[in-house]
Design a protein around this ligand. Sequence first.
Ligand code: HEM
Length: 470
Amino acid sequence: MAAFITFSFLLLIIIFVYRNSKRRTNKVKLPCGDMGLPWIGETVEFYKAQRSNQLFEEFFQPRMKKHGNIFKTKLMGSPTVVVNGAAANKFFMSNEFKLVVSSWPTSSVELMGKNSIMEKQGDSHRCLRSIVTSTLSVSGLTAMVPRMCGSIENHMQKNWLDREEISLYRSTKMLTFTIVLECLFGIEIVPETLFGVFERVLEGVLSPPVNVPWTKFARAKKARAEIEKVLVGEIRRKREAMEGGGEEEDDMLFSKLVAASIRGEITEEEVVDNVVLLVFAAHDTTSYAITMTFKMLANHPDCYSLLLKEHEEIASNKRAGEALTFEDVKKMEYTWQVARETMRLCPPIFGSFRKTITDINFEGVTIPKGWKVLWTTYGTHYDEKYFPDPMRFNPSRFADPVQAYAFIPFGGGPRLCAGYQLAKLNILVLVHYVVTRYNWSLVYPDEPILMDPLPFPSKGMPIKISPKCD
Ligand code: HEM
């Protein structure tokens, strides 16, 4: 009897809450769109399109054609409004913390850590961001260029020398991972020992958060625990050395994070979670951007000739084996146009979710409090209003300034990518080393690109290489 009364009571509460929310949303003008099936909404269609890297063609574009640039749907149980176009990007990105907050799936938060910058707001977000960006100031970047050249030289000696074919994607992934550890953090860990463990964590970040032994999520949690153990050991060793006067705070990010923890500005957990988050944020995105830059160059020989000329000119002013400087990198203007055009067409990140913290009125529709907002790169990057003849690869369109919030591979507003400068440096310096030292060609010019959870070339983008004569 007691169980029956409790059940009836709960049912009444659910009906009351449902009716109330229905009445509230009935009164306002919601964006057009279909919410799909109960609870799961259009999640299956979304995941299917994502897996085959057809999110724009199969999910966003048909709905934009039917409902307009702003439409509603339901994804992973949440009512969601997808927004496209520079005005919407500006509105939602710049109103972070005021009208919206970033909103990541449970599995991503569990695996990156609740203390990572992506979960922070207000003062604690500002504090962590300023530590990260302090290493990427002009003086930080100037010091980083020769270090990066060293890491690339070593990687090429070990993995490219005397080889006729390499997987460009796997090689750049390993290399960008190494660069983050060696050049950004200055952590003394052999990168190869942790690379595979990080890969296992990544496999779980968008999987259902079910922690039973055979799931991707459980494997990822175990891998995350392994990383945590290594990092805690490194943090304590560094802390002891710094407190004992054996080591001083230097310009590397790991040292700055540990110093901030000694001063009590951040906790040990915050150091661990942010190292994990930054390694992820940095290496998969950058390696995909580099790989796709080479694919675009292979398919556009006229652009490659221009780019090669730029690098040959820089190399002609260097002695054999002399490292690049930040001044040299600044001269790589056309290469940066090529890289930006590549990221416009093939963005490493398709978009990002926010959650509304109040009812929002935007362009005549209301997005109720608690709904998700998904901004997407494709919807703006492929719009001819901002980029005429949008599907054509045309790097020189970036010779002139682009409208604000129309080119958003790095996001915008308070959550603009904190590692933007590092990514730029990494792409430009690596392109220089490859094109000045090797003749190269794609093994599979039409290799399909898949997504899980980030985009990747399905065969690892093998390239044939042969060293150039000096
Ligand atoms: C081509 C390479 C990269 C791309 C395309 C990229 C893209 C992005 C995007 C779109 C966001 C915003 C996400 C949002 O609005 O929710 C973001 C944030 C972030 N990125 Fe990057 N990223 C790249 C490289 C890097 C690198 C090298 C680092 C490491 C230093 C990094 C660190 C971060 C961090 C810490 C954030 C969070 C910022 C915050 O919440 O305040 N990223 N990135």
